[in-house]
Structure formats: C-alpha cells, structure tokens
Design a protein around this ligand. Structure first.
Ligand code: AMP
Length: 279
C-alpha cells in the first residue's frame, strides 16, 4: 500500500509507472467503514490500480454544518484499508492537503445541475456545487479510468454522472449498492453522532421506505400513491422529505410505470440521515 499526501507524490508515481494501466478511484471523506471499503474493493477488482481518496472537502459544507467536527481518523483508516485483499494489485491512499485541491487563487468552482436545488439541495444550497467541484479536481489530478460512488448518496451520484458526462467523458462512473448495518440502517460516518436509542429511532426511515416500496404496486395511479407518501411524511416531523423520483433524471415521477427511486431524509437532532430504495 502506498500513501501519498500530495499531488506531487501521486504525479511522480503516475509518471514512473508508465501510465499504461487502468485506475479505479473511490473518493471518500475518511472515517473509513465497510461501505467505503466495498467501493475500493470493486475498484481494485476492476482495475490495475485502486485508489482511495481521503479528503474532508470544505466547499461542500455549508455555514453551521459539521466541517470542524467531521470525524478525522486517518491512522485507523489506514489500518482498515491495509487489511483489504488486493490480489497483488497496487493500492494507493491519496490524502491531499487543501493546497493540493484548492491552490492559491483557485477559481474553477463548478455549478451542479438544476436538480441540485431540490431534495438535499433544498436545505444545503451550495452542497452539490462543492461536491462536483472536488470530484472534478480529483479526476484532473488522479486521471482515473473508473470512479466508484455509493447509491446511498443517490442525488450526488446522478450529479457526478452529469458532471463527468460533460467534463470527463472518458471516466466511467460506477454506482455501488447501499451497504447497511445488520439492523438495516445505511452505514454512514454520521451514524457516529447517534447514540443507541437514536440509532433505533433512525430505523423508521428504512422501514418507511420499505413500506412504500412494497405498496407501490397496490396503487393504480400516481395521485393516490403520492397521497399515501404525503400522509407517511406528515406522520412524523423528523422526516425532511420522502420523494418518489425517476431513477435517471431525478425528476418527480408522473407515472407509476417509471423506474422509481424512493428518496428519504430523516433528522435526529442535528444529524440528517439519508436513505433510498430503487423500486
Ligand atoms: P463519504 O465519505 O461519506 O463522503 O462517502 C464516500 C463514498 O462512500 C460516497 O460515494 C458514498 O456514497 C459512499 N458511501 C457511504 N456510505 C455508504 C453506504 N452505506 N453504502 C454505499 N456507499 C456508501
């Protein structure tokens, strides 16, 4: 395992290695858990080199959000990553400094697509601009063949696909399944903010999404389905939203025959929990 803490180290390795190989990257903000490792594992399986990036990106946090408190556990992360089965392939940890990502005078900030203003974006207005900006930088620096992102952050995945399609058409974006605790709770670094009681409250989100998924077929028209979802949403103030969207465009669905994803956000204290289910 190689650990590079600057662009310079990565670029030196890249030049020396000869460039003629495929690179799969798994971007993360660290505090590595099993779901992050599943992205890296796939990157290693499908490419000659697997790169996991660890960078807590300031531009995707809004004012008053948890940038300062976000769990930074670099040494533990390295230990977990080093235990991964690599089948003798090259494994790289890329943990850049802020100056590497946003050098002095940096002004190449991107705007995510219009869907960025809805769902998560309705309460985190600049969040996805920061996400596509940092992912664009990672693509410029690391020159990946494929990049792996979790479907847990479904809206993020679709906005990154759009950005890549426009700016990096040679990079394949791979959406990876949601990894859950045995309880059903989607894994997330932010679950660390919850105590046991709050973790069991959080299961309401997955249960509600399951309930909707199981009942979709029972509804003959979109209006009665939407009314049902609305009543579930109103039944618990901790839901920020539950929304039925088209899996590809993330537009609101106009027919129950579309490929639907049910997206939900549930809030416990200051912690916003995301989950979704494809139907
Ligand atoms: P983060 O460090 O939380 O920004 O996540 C880094 C990557 O891991 C993103 O592509 C996330 O979608 C993905 N990820 C985080 N949690 C999960 C999960 N429970 N299942 C699948 N992917 C996940």
């Amino acid at each position: 395992m190689k650990v590079f803490k600057s662009n310079k180290e990565y670029i030196n390795w890249f030049e020396e290695a000869g460039k003629n190989f495929s690179i799969g990257i798994a971007p993360t903000m660290g505090n590595i858990h099993v779901a992050h490792l599943s992205l890296l594992q796939k990157a290693i399986e499908e490419n000659d080199v697997g790169v996991i990036t660890i960078y807590v990106n300031p531009t995707q946090f809004g004012e008053g959000e948890d940038f300062d408190n976000y769990p930074r556990t670099f040494e533990d992360d390295l230990e977990k990553i080093s235990k991964l089965e690599t089948a003798n392939k090259e494994l790289i940890v890329y943990a850049p400094s802020e100056e590497d990502i946003y050098p002095d005078g940096f002004d190449n900030f991107l705007k995510a697509g219009s869907i960025a203003n809805e769902l998560e974006g309705s309460v985190r207005p600049t969040h996805f601009d920061g996400v596509v900006t940092v992912v664009n930088r990672l693509f410029e620096i690391l020159k990946p063949t494929k990049a792996y992102f979790g479907k847990k952050d479904y809206q993020q995945l679709r906005l990154i696909e759009k950005m890549a399609n426009e700016l990096h058409p040679n990079v394949s974006i791979v959406g990876m399944p949601i990894i859950r605790e045995s309880s059903g709770l989607a894994m997330s670094s932010r679950n660390n903010y919850l105590n046991d009681d709050q973790k069991s409250q959080a299961l309401i989100l997955k249960k509600t999404l399951d309930e909707i998924k199981n009942s979709v077929k029972e509804f003959k028209d979109i209006k009665t389905l939407n009314n049902h979802v609305q009543s579930l949403l109103e039944s618990d103030k901790r839901f920020n939203y539950i929304s039925l969207r088209n899996q590809k465009t993330l537009a609101e669905i106009s027919s129950i025959k579309e490929d639907i994803v049910i997206l939900g956000n549930f809030q416990i204290g200051n912690t916003r929990l995301l989950d979704n289910l494809e139907v």
